[in-house]
Design a protein around this ligand. Structure first.
Ligand code: ADP
Ligand code: ZN
Length: 758
């Protein structure tokens, strides 16, 4: 067998790529055996033979036999020891799909992510091939036109006549369009096809995505916007890896500014990916994109139906889609020619994927840009501490937009001390949640015919139901969690596993009748109070329970813009991105809500969320006012918000993270064991603990029962691993986990850079 060195020597036959694959190539220079990566959760590399007549290159998408079925796969860079396998033992590749091959960049990215997150390669590849039907060639469209000679015995109804007259104009159209233009049912058109009066011709599938027109002029930028835009255009022109933090207050026009970078990348013929944390809520963003570029971008998120996903996947792969706007999974699409990524709201925790392959899409996007050698822009009004520190260290360039566009003032943020300003009870609804100052402010906004948003990040009616007689709390049978009452649908629901049940009339523990009481507010409960206080106001409740899908969200947003709503009661679903010119009052019902729980980012997250919500107020000419109801007005978060002193807040936060040995100064990884029963979970945890590495700079905390000790019926134990930044964390973990065999039914999830500690 020839060795690798020989194949790359100057004597290698001309025309044969010098890629070190000599051993894998036949005499004609074609690959005769390949490594194929299967996109399945535990997929690894397998060797296959390439049958006579099939020409394959690395990156090709293929169909291969796997057991007694066919599997998808991607021809991958070979494992070094593979050539020693005897050819006779290899099964042949079945066929190659006619889609563009995975580029070296795309493959390097899959490998990098798998390596970093410690997920199997195949699990990562699966995210890039999430819609296998996209690999089949799209069906040709059938267009109808007038047949040569119409049959003599054709019975002509008025409808048929209109269709034939239209068809006689000459150009072929789809049946549905012909029917619609002629004002007849599709049946009439089809009957004409059957009689032979019309004939069908195949047309190439329609181009799914019109190219964005980057030459259109955008809005006239303000001087500070223009200078930021110029810097971004410059980054794009450099065509090299760089990270730019676009740090601008809410309403400063960050979107308009990064649109200039998008235009510049399009002008260079590159593809662009814009990642939004909550793509389902992006109707306004899409409309603005269309205004700027004259067409819609390709969308990529889980709410899309299979036909649109198929079309988007293919268009991304063959370069037909120039701009993709998507949720985190859009990062793994096989771009033909990606040249710019924008991550909007880069601080959002929603970019962290918490199941399957556990990864942070913002961090991986930076990696994708580095591998591709192109710029990435991270935009936010409240950048994450990580990004701010990277900017301070000079690793990221920072651009600042200090003012709201059009001179709108930032809203005034006032703290309402709930210990002094107790919400009065109401006859209609009992306990109240809105303090006297907030009630007054709402009344004043209504008086001025402006809109108010009452924000409470809690779905449903009440987060806890307990028995007045015995104190029993209604808990999920499968999770360590309270059941949340949803009064509108008269049910109790677990927000962790989706378990649902009717609200019982008697206490399941003591049997007392009518003894169950709701504790604490959710948005439904606040809406009852609003209805009782302001019966004439038009109110809408916006949460993931009331908004099903992007369509519903878009309609709700439009209704608010059309001024059909006076008071919005909503969860974080309304906190971001939206621009409502008449919204001048934001009331935060429970500003302390996110602070409990001991999560290392609880403070930062609360700051981000409240700052975002506050940013909804007064975005146009009319000034905004924000009232934060809190039991802890002296808390640094509340103080920072009220004073508008972000710098000081970030300093305090950085200092406390440094002291605590927390990210980004140290690195964290979480190991989560789960088992069908507590005993097996504990046994596995002890085995893992015994094998734990003793390494300088590595500290292992746990095992401990997870705060969500039982989830979906599985018992959970956690380890938290803290590592100094110079420790090879993944290598140590790999070593550790490689020494332990887990019993049947026990699962282990590795979460590098954890954001959730439940
Ligand atoms: P951000 O993303 O920073 O919160 P946006 O990009 O959403 O800000 O801009 C806020 C509002 O101001 C939007 O309605 C936007 O269309 C408008 N706007 C921003 N810049 C300009 C400009 N240069 N000319 C006109 N309108 C602008
Ligand atoms: Zn549950």
């Amino acid at each position: 067998m020839p060795n690798r060195i020989a194949s790359t020597s100057p004597q290698a036959p001309t025309g044969q790529p010098e890629d070190g694959l000599g051993a894998w190539r036949g005499g004609d220079g074609h690959l005769r055996r390949v490594s194929v990566l299967l996109p399945v959760p535990f997929g690894a590399l397998y060797s296959y033979a390439v049958p006579e007549g099939l020409e394959l290159e690395i990156g090709d998408v293929v169909s291969v036999p796997l057991g007694n079925r066919q599997s998808l796969g991607v021809v991958w860079d070979p494992e070094p020891e593979d050539p020693e396998l005897p050819d006779a033992r290899l099964k042949p590749v079945t066929s190659r799909y006619s889609v563009p091959p995975f580029t070296a960049e795309a493959r390097a990215f899959v490998e990098w992510v798998a390596n970093y997150t410690m997920a199997p390669l195949g699990g990562v590849l699966r995210m890039a091939l999430s819609i296998p039907s996209a690999l089949e060639p799209p069906k040709p469209r059938l267009l109808l036109r007038l047949a040569g000679a119409p049959p003599g015995d054709l019975r002509l109804t008025p409808g048929r006549r209109r269709v034939l007259e239209l068809a006689a104009e000459g150009f072929a159209r789809p049946a549905s369009q012909l029917a619609q233009e002629a004002g007849v049912g599709v049946g009439v058109v089809k009957s004409l096809l059957k009689t032979g009066a019309l004939e069908a011709v195949e047309a190439a599938p329609s181009a799914a995505f019109a190219p964005p027109d980057w030459e259109r002029t955008g809005l006239v930028l303000s001087p500070s916007q223009e200078s930021a835009a110029m810097q971004l255009r410059q980054r794009v022109a450099e065509d090299a890896f760089s990270v730019t933090l676009l740090d601008g207050v809410t309403g400063s026009g960050k979107t308009e500014v990064y649109f200039e970078a998008v235009a510049a990348a399009l002008a260079q013929g590159r593809q662009v990916l814009v990642m939004l944390p909550e793509i389902a809520l992006s109707a306004q963003w899409l409309a603005r994109f269309e205004m700027r570029f004259g067409t819609r971008p390709a969308e990529w998120h889980s709410d899309l139906g299979p036909p649109r996903r198929r079309a988007a996947w293919r268009a991304v792969a063959d370069g037909g889609a120039r701009v993709v706007v998507g949720a985190r999974s859009a990062l793994f699409l096989p771009y033909e020619n990606l040249g710019l990524i924008v991550v909007d709201e880069e601080h959002e925790a929603a970019f962290k994927q918490e199941d399957g392959v556990i990864y942070h899409a913002r961090d991986m996007a930076v990696v994708r840009a580095r591998i591709g050698g192109f710029p990435i822009v991270l935009a936010s009004a409240t950048p994450s501490l990580e990004s701010v520190l990277n900017a301070q260290a000079g690793k990221y360039a920072a651009l600042h937009l200090p003012d709201r566009h059009g001179g709108a003032a930032l809203p005034r943020i006032e703290l309402v001390d709930l210990r002094l300003e107790k919400p009065p009870r109401l006859i209609e609804t009992g306990q109240g949640w809105l303090s006297p100052p907030l009630r007054t402010a709402i009344a004043e906004a209504l008086e001025r015919e402006e809109q108010a948003l009452l924000f409470l990040n809690r779905r449903g009616f009440a987060p806890l139901t307990l028995c007045r007689a015995c104190g029993h709390r209604l808990e999920c049978p499968r999770c360590t969690a309270w059941l949340v009452e949803h009064r509108l649908v008269r049910r109790l629901a677990c927000h962790h596993c989706g378990h649902g049940q009717r609200l019982p009339r008697e206490c399941p523990a003591c049997g007392a009748e009518d003894s169950l009481v709701a504790c604490g507010p959710g948005v439904e409960r606040v809406s009852e109070e609003v209805a009782a206080l302001f019966p004439a106001a038009r109110m809408t409740v916006l949460s993931s329970d009331t908004l099903h899908g992007p369509q519903a969200a878009a309609e709700a947003v439009e209704a608010i813009q059309r001024r059909e709503v006076d008071i919005i009661v909503g969860t974080q679903i309304v906190a971001k991105g939206h621009h409502f010119p008449l919204l001048t009052l934001v009331g935060v019902v429970d500003a302390d809500l996110g602070l409990s729980g001991g999560d290392l980012r609880a403070t930062e997250r609360t700051y981000h969320l409240l700052h975002q919500v506050a940013g909804r107020a007064g975005r146009a000419e009319r000034p905004g006012r924000v009232l934060l109801q809190t039991h802890a007005p002296e808390h640094p978060v509340m103080q920072a918000l009220a004073r508008g002193d972000r710098a000081r807040f970030l300093e305090q936060e950085a200092a406390s993270r440094r002291r605590g040995g927390l990210p980004p100064f140290f690195r964290l990884a979480a190991l989560i064991l789960s088992a069908p029963d507590a005993e097996r979970a504990d046994t596995a945890a002890q085995a893992l603990a015994r094998a734990a590495p003793r390494v300088e700079g590595l500290e292992i905390l746990g095992p401990a029962p997870a705060p969500l000790a039982v989830l979906r019926g599985r018992h959970r134990r956690r380890f938290l691993v803290k590592a100094r930044r110079d420790v090879a964390l993944q290598a140590e973990l790999r070593d550790w986990l490689g020494r332990v065999r887990l019993a049947g039914g026990v699962r282990l999830a590795v979460d590098i850079d954890p954001y959730s500690f439940l």
